[in-house]
Design a protein around this ligand. Structure first.
Ligand code: PLP
Length: 421
């Protein structure tokens, strides 16, 4: 058998010595070396430890995944509507799922929504990609929080947008910083098309945008005709008290695209997320969608899971699980690493954003990996990646076991002692 790429046969001769880089689109070239993809490799720092503790990805708790309920849901769909579940299903996603999500989000956000307000996508990442495709021109400016979810930055760069960062504060993005950034871009004769925010239980900082700032932000963006892209990936996963009202609801849906996903509330492997917006925005995204839509089998299995209240019950069970995990990791860090770390307890989500004191974050992450605890450095969440000087690391507590979370501080202490003393 001939290995793909190895053959020197006549049919391939014309392709010898062709560099794939000469074939790439401008977009693919623009997200080359130094991209968040490269930075992402630093997350999976190798460790020799026989029992490594991974505080890496924002992934739900594995033992409590609703496997039995999902198995029953898939079996039910394959038994009752096999033909519909195993056929193409259209670009917007199964209407029954969009209706179930509409009913649930109307209840949660206090706004009136119908299936026409939704397009179901390949995770929220698929939604981010469609938004870029429908709304971005090369050279448009997208403002993001610094730091932010690197997947969105990569996606927007793929649509040749210029990314501008605005600093995060303890209670969410700096609204005055955002205003200055918009004014600076406009003074240079450019246009800010999108402001991207993870308002609730932010990735990576854990911060939540204060209620008062939400209205100010909506008014500011409306004045400058900047679309707000509200990423609600963690919005439901609060600990003690819910996040403030959504930006979408507060702004009555005008000029706001709200992204959501089942990745954090159910499982990342479903790859089902959605964009919520006014029908004309949804229609624009449907127009530029060429992938034949998401999987009808999954959409049909999930629709009754959402409408029957099973999702509400599951999320209700998960909140205390994540609150406890957050507290176990916090206690472990305070007990073992107190002089070397500083952090705020988030009100929800999957992450602790930990400031390293006395040693650079890069070295802390490297030494910690040698001690068997692995997490990314904060700099990878800034647009300038590894070149940024940032003293934080991000620890995801969602997927690690309680035993590992309790042990993490002890191992991290050893790393600090090697660096500091
Ligand atoms: C803030 C945020 N948005 C979006 C995503 C992408 O999630 P998915 O594409 O699985 O829905 C993630 C994943 O880590 C995230 O943290």
């Amino acid at each position: 058998m001939v290995r793909v790429g190895d053959s020197a046969s006549e049919t391939r001769k014309g392709w010898q010595n062709v560099d794939v880089r000469d074939l790439l689109s401008t977009s693919a070239k623009s997200i080359g070396a130094g991209s968040p993809t490269d930075a992402g490799r630093a997350w999976r720092r190798p460790t020799e430890h026989p029992d490594p503790i991974a505080l890496t990805g924002g992934i739900p708790d594995a033992p409590t995944l609703p496997v039995a309920e999902l198995r029953a849901a898939f079996e039910e769909v394959l038994a009752s509507e096999p033909a519909e579940a195993l056929q193409y299903g259209g670009w917007s996603g199964f209407e029954g799922l969009r209706s179930a999500i509409a009913e649930r989000q109307s209840r949660i956000e206090g706004v009136e929504l119908g299936p026409e307000n939704f397009i179901v996508t390949n995770g929220s990442s698929g939604g981010i990609d469609l938004i870029g495709k429908a709304f971005l021109e090369p050279g448009d400016v997208v403002i993001v929080e610094g730091p932010s979810f690197s997947g969105t930055v990569r996606s927007m760069r793929g649509y040749m947008a210029e990314i501008v960062e605005v600093p995060m504060e303890k209670d969410g993005v700096s609204v005055s910083g955002l205003e200055e950034a918009i004014q600076r871009v406009e003074a240079a004769g450019r246009r800010v098309k999108i402001f991207y925010t993870i308002a609730d239980f932010h990735n990576p900082t854990g911060a939540t945008l204060a209620e008062g700032k939400r209205l100010a932000l909506i008014e500011l963006c409306a004045r400058h005709r900047v679309l707000i892209l509200e990423d609600a990936a963690y919005a439901e996963l609060h600990f003690d008290r819910p996040a403030p009202a959504s930006i979408f609801g507060t702004g009555e849906g005008r000029g706001v695209l709200r992204l959501n996903t089942f990745s954090k509330t159910i499982a990342t492997g479903l790859r089902v997320g959605w964009v919520q917006a006014s029908p004309e925005y949804i229609e624009a995204m449907t127009r530029v969608r060429f992938d034949m839509g998401g999987p009808p089998l999954f959409h049909r299995a999930l629709a009754p899971y959402v409408s029957s209240g099973k999702l509400d019950a599951h999320v209700g069970r998960m909140r205390p699980v994540y609150a406890e995990k957050c507290d176990v990791l916090s206690r472990s860090l305070l007990e073992h690493c107190e002089p070397y770390v500083r952090f705020e307890r988030p009100d929800g989500g999957f992450f602790l954003w930990v400031e390293c004191i006395g040693a650079p974050a890069q070295e802390v992450a490297r030494a910690a990996a040698e001690e068997g605890v692995v997490f990314p450095v904060g700099s990878v969440f800034f647009t300038d990646g590894e070149n940024v000087r940032d003293s934080h690391v991000r620890m995801a507590f969602s997927n690690a076991s309680v035993e590992h979370l309790a042990e993490a501080g002890r191992r991290l202490r050893k790393a600090f002692l090697r660096l500091v003393d």
